[in-house]
Design a protein around this ligand. Structure first.
Ligand SMILES: [Zn+2]
Ligand SMILES: [Zn+2]
Length: 105
């Protein structure tokens, strides 16, 4: 049971057009929250640690030389390969020709 917050009288449930609400003789009316649980937005499944999808703009740069075009600037990121005891592999991508290579140094 609910009482009107305005006049204190007992409120009666009334079926509205779409949802139920409580109404009072004084004219006060509450709107009940729709019982339908809001659909959770489906988050697109992440593509894991796919290196290809890395946002290059966010990657740090290094002055490593590109083996292809000899450009001395490359983005780099590290990837831990499989077992944790393995050293992480450093990947580089030339800022100029987009050539990718890996280095273990
Ligand atoms: Zn009332
Ligand atoms: Zn290059």
């Amino acid at each position: 049971m609910e009482f009107c917050p305005k006049c204190g009288a007992l409120m009666v449930p009334k079926q509205g057009k779409k949802r139920k609400s409580l109404a009072c003789d004084c004219g006060y009316r509450t709107k009940q929250k729709p019982s339908v649980t809001s659909l959770k937005e489906k988050v697109p499944a992440g593509r894991g640690i796919e290196v290809v999808d890395k946002k290059l703009e966010l990657l740090p740069k290094t002055d490593e030389e590109c083996p292809k075009c000899k450009n001395k600037e490359a983005y780099y990121w590290t990837v831990q390969t499989r077992a944790g005891d393995e050293a992480e592999t450093r990947f580089l991508e030339c800022t100029k020709c987009k050539h990718r290579w890996r280095s273990n140094t």
